[in-house]
Write a protein that binds this ligand. Structure first.
Ligand code: FES
Length: 178
């Protein structure tokens, strides 16, 4: 994942632009705005979040006004407008999950990671946040981790330990292989 700040200019890689072009080619010639959502997803996958200069570049690429991109990026909660951890744990905080312990799970994650909601752990690996219903209400508490949006259901503190420790281990092993 490429690191960017909210002030530096963003230059999309040729590979990324090729992907943008492929998406735009799916729509009629003057309807390139339809490609905005999938393109924002690609930008987030590339950088982990969407900075203002990145939105400006998307606007330039799609020949839109920057405000048209800001409106969309700020409307959908799946887009991160500030840097996040490599893994973002999104815990359902809607009623049915709260009835079976979602709030306790969020508190536990906060204590285990030692960061508040929306903050990033010092190693850059994790951030977490509460989100609305993830449509797995019968198997709560539940969380998802993007960009693949893998679900973890029937959460307990032990399962959270297993998940977070497993991701730490996986990251350490991958780093050794490089
Ligand atoms: S209420 Fe948690 S998944 Fe629906």
């Amino acid at each position: 994942m490429l690191k960017i700040s909210n002030t530096e200019e963003v230059i999309f890689s040729p590979e990324l632009v090729t992907k943008f072009n492929e998406i735009v080619s799916r729509y009629p010639e003057d309807k390139q705005k339809s490609a905005l959502l999938p393109i924002l997803h690609l930008v987030q996958a590339e950088y982990g979040w969407i900075s203002t200069p990145a939105m400006d570049k998307v606007a330039e690429y799609l020949d839109l006004k920057p405000i048209e991109v800001y409106e969309v990026a700020t409307f959908y909660t799946m887009f991160f407008l500030k840097p996040q951890g490599k893994y973002v744990l999104e815990v359902c905080r809607t009623g049915p999950c709260c009835l079976v312990g979602a709030e306790k799970i969020m508190k536990y994650i906060e204590q285990k990671l030692n960061v508040k909601e929306g903050e990033v752990t010092p190693d850059g690996l994790f951030s977490w946040r509460g989100v609305e219903c993830l449509a797995a209400c019968g198997t709560g508490p539940v969380l998802q981790i993007g960009p693949e949006y893998t679900y973890y259901e029937n959460l307990t503190e032990a399962k959270v330990d297993e998940l977070i420790d497993g991701l730490r281990l996986k990251t350490a092993e991958n780093a050794q292989m490089i």
